[in-house]
Design a protein around this ligand. Structure first.
Ligand SMILES: [Zn+2]
Length: 153
C-alpha cells in the first residue's frame, strides 16, 4: 500500500490525525495478578507498533482505604481466590483488550480487525476508507455492529 501522506483519520472532536493503539493484558497469578499495557501509534496502512509499556497500578482505591484508620478491619476473604479456581500462568489472550484512541483528546474510536479472532490489521471506524464488510468488530463492539447490521454473514 502506498503512503499518500494524507491522513485517513481526523478526530471529529479535536482535529487530531494520530491514533493510538493500546493493548491491555493480565498476567494471572492469583492475588498477585498484574495488569500491563503497551501502546503506540496506528498508521494509515492499518499497521501499528507499540512504543511504550507499563504496569497498570490499580491500587489507588485500596490506598485510600488504608488511610482510614478509624474503620474496622475489613474482611478481605471474599476477594481471595477460591481453591478450585484455576489460574493460568501464562498471559491469557482471551482476556486481552485492545483500544484505539485519539492521540490528542483520548476519545475512544471503534475499530474492527481485518481477520476474525482479533487478528490481522486494525480498521478504525473513523478511517476514511473504513468498510464494515471488510472487517470483524473488536468483541466489545459486536453488539453495536449487529444493531447497525454491520456484521458479516
Ligand atoms: Zn481527538
Amino acid at each position: 500500500m502506498v503512503e499518500t501522506g494524507v491522513s485517513k483519520f481526523t478526530c471529529k472532536n479535536c482535529g487530531e490525525h494520530d491514533l493510538i493503539v493500546t493493548h491491555v493484558w493480565t498476567i494471572l497469578a492469583g492475588e498477585d495478578s498484574e495488569r500491563w499495557q503497551e501502546w503506540g501509534p496506528l498508521k494509515n496502512d492499518h499497521h501499528w507498533h507499540y512504543e511504550f509499556k507499563e504496569k497498570i497500578e490499580e491500587n489507588a482505591d485500596k490506598e485510600a482505604q488504608r488511610g482510614d484508620f478509624g474503620a474496622f478491619e475489613e474482611d478481605d476473604s471474599a476477594s481471595e481466590p477460591e481453591e478450585y479456581e484455576i489460574y493460568e500462568t501464562e498471559t491469557s489472550r482471551e482476556s486481552d483488550e485492545f483500544f484505539v484512541r485519539c492521540g490528542n483528546c483520548d476519545r475512544e474510536v471503534e475499530f474492527g480487525w481485518s481477520q476474525p479472532d482479533r487478528r490481522g490489521l486494525i480498521w478504525p471506524v473513523d478511517f476514511s476508507d473504513f468498510n464494515p464488510s471488510e472487517c470483524w468488530p473488536d468483541p466489545k463492539y459486536t453488539e453495536l455492529w449487529q444493531r447497525r447490521q454491520w456484521l458479516r454473514k
